[in-house]
Design a protein around this ligand. Structure first.
Ligand code: IPE
Ligand code: IPE
Ligand code: MG
Length: 243
């Protein structure tokens, strides 16, 4: 029997958690942790491209994170803006396409403009799709899909009987992405925190104790190796998979 049952995940999603605790452990304030978290993002994006992961989705800011102190939100938005600017050339060089999911109208105008620009400039890149979940909530996403469908039903564009899982999929922010294969959460927390609720129906879950600013290539490799050893049965029996 092969040791590895699975290939490299086609779609990897990561809940990047633990910046605040990382800083606190060092006697620094939370904002310092966010600044240091950027390095981990850079390393993981680069390594995913090297590993030929086709879709990488990063949870960077949730709908619930709007409830954080204003100063912290401001720092996160500033870091996002500066990273979009500083990483732009690297995205072009590595042929990475940028994508965003979430209620982006709520983001500061400067961030929206930079996102639009980078998305447009990288739209023909095909090595990897890097999706940032920004002002993203899984329930909000499903709510928005239901609203769009309800309007279509009301205007006789679609009949209720026609609504199936693939049509629901087409109304989600992730319409262009395949289902998640592997979901990693750092920092030891074992929860989903409203991330990709629909899309993780059959994802493999991996929880790492490492706090996000410390997350490096070797931790990513460990998660992927662990994933590759799992048997994904999708409801079938092991025996059926051998046929
Ligand atoms: C993750 O780190 C970054 C964001 C949620 C934006 P946290 O800021 O949640 O760090 P902890 O969980 O408080 O340590
Ligand atoms: C989830 O982390 C959101 C992001 C990583 C962007 P949180 O730190 O906000 O999640 P909870 O509040 O601990 O569940
Ligand atoms: Mg957290």
């Amino acid at each position: 029997m092969r040791e590895y049952k699975n290939e490299i995940p086609q779609h990897l999603a990561i809940i990047m958690d633990g910046n605040g605790r990382w800083a606190k452990n060092k006697g620094k304030n939370r904002l310092f942790g966010h600044t240091k978290g950027v390095k981990a993002v850079q390393e993981v994006v680069e390594e995913c491209a090297v590993l030929k992961i086709k879709y990488l989705t990063l949870y960077a800011f949730s709908t619930e994170n709007w409830n954080r102190p204003e100063e912290e939100i401001g720092v996160l938005m500033k870091l996002l803006l500066s990273s979009l600017k500083s990483e732009f050339e690297k995205l072009l060089k590595n042929r990475i396409k940028l994508n965003v999911i979430g209620n982006t109208d709520q983001l500061p105008m400067s961030v929206q403009k930079e996102l639009d620009y980078v998305i447009k400039q990288t739209e023909n890149n095909s090595e990897m799709t890097l999706t940032l979940a920004l002002s993203y909530g899984g329930r909000e996403e499903i709510e928005s899909a239901i609203k769009q469908l309800a309007v279509k039903v009301k205007n006789n564009i679609i009949s209720p009987e026609k609504i199936d899982q693939s049509i629901i999929n087409e109304h989600l922010y992730t319409r262009d992405l395949p289902d998640v294969d592997l979901l990693i959460r750092t920092s030891g927390e074992k929860r989903i925190s409203n991330f990709l609720l629909w899309q993780i129906a059959y994802a493999e879950l991996y929880f790492s104790k490492v706090l996000w600013p410390d997350f490096r290539k070797k931790h990513l490799h460990k998660a992927i190796t662990n994933y590759q050893k799992r048997e994904r049965r999708f409801g079938k029996t092991s025996e059926q998979l051998l046929q």
